[in-house]
Design a protein around this ligand. Structure first.
Ligand SMILES: [Mg+2]
Length: 317
């Protein structure tokens, strides 16, 4: 399963210290030695911001009083930019006035610790900020997973499809899209009930996930519809993969109902390289092929090469 792939710094979080005083760096390095984190230090706001872009830290410990760009400005700039606005920032400051604290929180700091700090307190606040970030990331990821099947959901599909079409356009690399629909799924629900229908959807999703390759993005597109985005895949290879899925599904035994056969129809649109087709039109072509598979008797896959040579129809199954 490729779902839930860990971020590179998920195991050992990187904590970036931005403080003009190197004694603070030394103190933190010594006192946080036994924490499960990697400490990186910068002595100026400018260098700190650059570092955030480079290493994407899990947490920033930020001093307010620094020559040149002060901590407030660093905070403002981090929060103003989409790529860095989610990085949690704990302010570590000698400034004790309530108005400084209010300003720091208003600018988006998650916590404020006054110097000289108590190290036990610092440790628990760092742990708490890291835990919160982990939970937020997990929730964001869960929001893109289909609850019933564990595949990616439609929202994720839309995001990735936009990314992958852009990438293929830039690099001129092949790209294919397959859409599937379970044949006569309403009959399964009507005959065996909705829980049985859900079991079939889960089983089909599992077969799709097993056959799809690491780089493929398998999604539940809606109801009984599935989609697979296949980066770097020609339409010929894509339809082969669809065929393997179609055969695996027709051969599967559904628990307690040995006579029951489930079939799928599929439509593929793919390009071997450059294509002038837009990303919405690409989905329409795949959909049209799905309906063509349906109208030609179901339990089959149809394909169109949307490459520069112009649409070319082919089918299998
Ligand atoms: Mg300072």
């Amino acid at each position: 399963m490729t779902i839930g792939a860990a971020q590179p710094n998920d195991n050992v979080p990187i904590v970036l210290v931005i403080d003009d005083c190197v004694d603070v760096h030394r103190l933190l390095a010594a006192r946080l030695r036994n924490e499960a984190l990697e400490l990186v230090c910068e002595t100026s706001g400018e260098a700190g911001i650059e570092r955030v872009h480079q290493i994407e830290p899990s947490l920033v410990l930020l001093d307010l009083d620094m020559p040149g760009m002060d901590g407030f400005e660093v905070l403002r700039r981090l929060k103003d930019e989409t790529s860095t606005s989610d990085v949690p920032v704990i302010v570590l400051s000698g400034m004790q006035s309530p108005s400084d604290k209010v300003t720091a929180f208003d600018l988006g700091a998650v916590d404020y610790i006054t110097k000289p700090f108590d190290l036990m307190e610092l440790r628990v606040r760092i742990r708490s900020a890291l835990k919160m970030r982990h939970l937020i990331q997990m929730l964001a990821q869960r929001a893109q997973i289909d609850g019933l099947t564990g595949l990616w959901n439609r929202a994720h599909f839309d995001e990735r499809w936009a990314d992958e079409t852009k990438r293929a356009e830039r690099s001129g690399s092949p790209l294919s899209l397959a859409v599937f629909d379970l044949d006569h799924f309403k009959q399964v629900n009507d005959t065996y009930g909705h829980p049985a229908g859900d079991t079939v959807l889960q089983g089909v999703a599992r077969l799709i996930q097993n056959i799809a390759r690491q780089a493929d993005i398998a999604c539940r597109y809606g109801g009984e519809e599935f989609a697979i985005i296949m980066p770097d895949t020609t339409p010929e290879h894509a339809i082969n993969l669809c065929e393997r899925i179609r055969v695996a599904i027709i051969e599967a035994d559904w628990h307690g109902k040995p006579g029951q056969r489930i079939t799928i129809s599929a439509g593929v649109a793919g390009s071997t390289g450059q294509t002038s087709i837009g990303r919405a039109e690409w989905i329409e072509v795949a959909d049209r092929n799905l309906y063509r598979s349906k109208s030609e008797g179901r339990n089959r896959a149809s394909m169109t090469d949307v490459g520069s040579k112009g649409p070319r129809l082919a089918d299998a199954g």
